[in-house]
Design a protein around this ligand. Structure first.
Ligand SMILES: *Cc1c(COP(=O)(O)O)cnc(C)c1O
Length: 244
């Protein structure tokens, strides 16, 4: 009986993930079309922090082939259980002492917020004979509780990081302040787009801008309207998280 009810619960959970994934997938497409954009230009990332591998694998099988994890330890623990062809990005704050463990294990590190961290990633990448794709995290809301490069310092920081071998800057990412309303959040996204275009137009050597990562469960439509090329969605796909 125990095993039976567990199985039913699991199946119901997988069913919910399936429905949510399909709904968010079509929402993202509609938001792109409404914004006059090609839906293929917006990637939907399934944020899988705190989600168990069985559900992640189900999502991957449905086409959620881009996943995002916050914590190095959690991702490395789940990785051996993940199945299918997927791309994984680290989206949470990275401490320099975890760099060694994560370089070579993910396809992109989205949360690079200092020259020091970029240097560490570059050093470790060279040691492993790889080039790490990174995004520069911008603290667009000047939020004292958030990580990220301040907008005023972005260009100078980007130029410095571009000089580091072993890393390749692919774009920008941001997490706006949680307490901002949708209208304010949309303005932050619009400011991010301007920064993204400014840096792109500077054509800085070794910077290959093509990713603007912004927008989460509550605001991905606004982010897409303002030019996001990648939205990071957790709760709307997997349900609310239980933080222990
Ligand atoms: C958790 C997280 C997300 C997803 O947030 P939801 O509101 O659950 O969609 C996106 N980006 C980052 C950096 C996160 O930590």
């Amino acid at each position: 009986m125990q095993a039976q009810s567990y199985t039913n619960e699991l199946l119901a959970g997988m069913q919910r993930v399936e429905e949510s994934w399909k709904r968010v997938r079509s929402d993202v497409e509609e938001a792109a079309i409404r914004a006059g954009r090609n839906p293929d230009d917006v990637r939907l990332m399934a944020v899988t922090k705190t989600v168990e591998p069985v559900f992640i694998n189900h999502a991957i099988s449905l086409g959620a082939t881009l996943i995002g994890e916050n914590k190095v330890q959690e991702f490395l623990a789940k990785k051996p259980s993940l199945e299918g062809a997927y791309e994984a990005h680290l989206i949470g704050h990275l401490q320099t002492n975890k760099v060694r463990q994560i370089v070579g294990q993910v396809d992109m590190i989205q949360s690079v917020d200092s020259v020091k961290l970029a240097r560490e990633i570059g050093k470790e990448s060279e040691k492993k004979g790889v080039v790490s794709d990174i995004l520069l995290e911008v603290n667009i809301g000047l939020d004292p509780n958030k990580f990220g490069i301040l907008p005023d310092a972005l260009e100078e920081t980007a130029c410095e990081i571009a000089e580091i071998s072993g890393v390749r800057v692919c774009g920008l990412m941001t997490v706006p302040p949680f307490d901002a309303d949708l209208e304010k959040t949309r303005r932050f996204f619009s400011n991010m787009y301007r920064l993204y275009i400014d840096i792109t137009e500077k054509k800085i050597h070794n910077i290959f801008m093509h990713v603007l990562s912004m927008g989460m469960s509550g605001d991905y439509a606004q982010a897409i309207a303002e030019g996001a090329t990648l939205v990071r969605v957790g709760t709307a796909i997997f349900g609310s998280r239980n933080y222990r």
